[in-house]
Design a protein. Structure first.
Length: 128
């Protein structure tokens, strides 16, 4: 059965929060020697992993994408980039609803992403 182009785009939009994309951003930051940014991303990823051991059925893609939106926006300090990244994240959420990912999983992903980002932002300030 052939999927519609809308379903394909919706599914592909979730790649923004994939672990592979997240790791590419981290590796690029390491190469550029942007260690405070690397610390923010790594701490958030560890926190997200630890929380996901307790809180089940969380959409990790949405959580990781939120972390990337916030920390890359702080890194680039560019309004156009921030707007684009935020709109992409909103599109991800709408896409998740469109492809019938459970609403509870999406909501947990949003909350965990915010929580992990806030803790990481605070803890990374002690590292450099």
């Amino acid at each position: 059965m052939k999927k519609s182009w809308k379903s394909e785009i919706a599914r592909d939009s979730l790649a923004f929060g994939s672990i592979l994309f997240y790791l590419i951003v981290i590796i690029r930051a390491i190469i550029g020697k942007y260690m405070p940014f690397v610390y923010q991303l790594l701490i958030a990823l560890i926190i997200l992993f630890l929380i996901s051991l307790v809180v089940k059925n969380t959409n990790q893609h949405i959580a990781r994408a939120f972390i990337l939106v916030v920390f890359t926006s702080l890194f680039y300090k560019d309004n156009l980039y921030t707007l684009f990244a935020a709109l992409l994240w909103v599109f991800m959420i709408l896409s998740a609803y469109y492809i019938k990912i459970k609403k509870d999983s999406i909501k947990k992903g949003i909350i965990l992403g915010i929580f992990a980002m806030l803790i990481s932002y605070y803890l990374s300030s002690f590292l450099g």
